[in-house]
Design a protein around this ligand. Structure first.
Ligand code: ADP
Ligand code: ZN
Length: 236
């Protein structure tokens, strides 16, 4: 058994630019550890499917490549983290995306043990191409990458139709990368001095990223300084 069973909840934040593969890694990590994956992009896309005013406004913002405002995002995540299933830990994908969101998350964590933060680093020039190749299943949401000229259009998992996400068009992708550089990249600096921060190379196969991510998490959880800041409290 690995050190995953040693102590406390795993409160994992997966950072990285759009197209880094955060979602894929987060799904797998959550499944392995039996903890919820909380993706603010998924929450907003669900809301955008509805006719509500909030959902429709979120859709306009997302399709333009912008960010939904901090107050709303913080309220959504605060509510989600108080649900029972997040008591044993969680994986956050797509949040925080601004320094204000990161500060709010730290405040939410005061009673919940430390955050473990992994940045999946991918250089800019690789991202435009990756996002152009990304397709998502309209039925189950599974993301996949199609090679140039490939005509595959069915999901491997459920047979649903593969579609281009409405914000993966070229002009929106450029705006999302600009917004990432301006608002989200500073989070690496915000977290990087913590003993519970690691960066992994995202320019490798998904399996290699998965191995690096797990090594990073195991290593951080074995670090005494990480255990000292609250995760080893005895409960009851
Ligand atoms: P990506 O695949 O680019 O990582 P996501 O699925 O995480 O994208 O998010 C899609 C869109 O949803 C973002 O471009 C943004 O408009 C909105 N969004 C998601 N999370 C947040 C957040 N924490 N703060 C503000 N906007 C968000
Ligand atoms: Zn599918």
């Amino acid at each position: 058994m690995t050190s995953e069973v040693t102590r406390g909840p795993i409160n994992l934040v997966v950072l990285g630019p759009p197209g880094a593969g955060k979602g894929t890694q987060a799904v797998e990590f959550a499944r392995r550890h039996g903890i919820p994956k909380i993706s603010t992009g998924d929450i907003l896309r669900d809301a955008a499917q509805s006719e509500t005013d909030l959902g429709q406004r979120a859709k306009v913002t997302m399709d333009a490549g912008g960010l939904v405002d901090d107050k709303l995002m913080i309220a959504i995540v605060r509510e989600r983290l108080t649900r029972r299933d997040a008591e044993r830990g969680f994986v956050l994908d797509g949040f925080p995306r601004t320094v204000a969101q990161a500060i709010a998350l730290d405040e939410l964590m005061t009673d919940q043990g430390p955050l473990t933060v992994v940045d999946i680093a991918v250089p800019d020039d690789a991202l435009v191409e990756r996002l152009a190749r990304r397709r998502v299943c309209g039925q189950c949401g599974n993301a996949t990458s199609v090679a140039a000229g490939e005509s595959r259009n069915r999901c491997e998992k459920c047979g649903g139709e593969l579609v281009l996400r409405s914000d993966d068009t070229e002009s929106t992708v450029r705006e999302r990368l600009r917004v990432y550089a301006e608002a989200t990249k500073p989070l690496v600096g915000y977290y990087s001095s913590r003993p519970t921060f690691r960066a992994v190379d995202g320019q490798q196969s998904p399996a290699a990223v998965w191995a690096a991510l797990n090594n990073a998490v195991d290593e951080m959880r074995a670090t005494p300084s990480a255990a000292d800041c609250g995760s080893e409290r005895t409960v009851g």
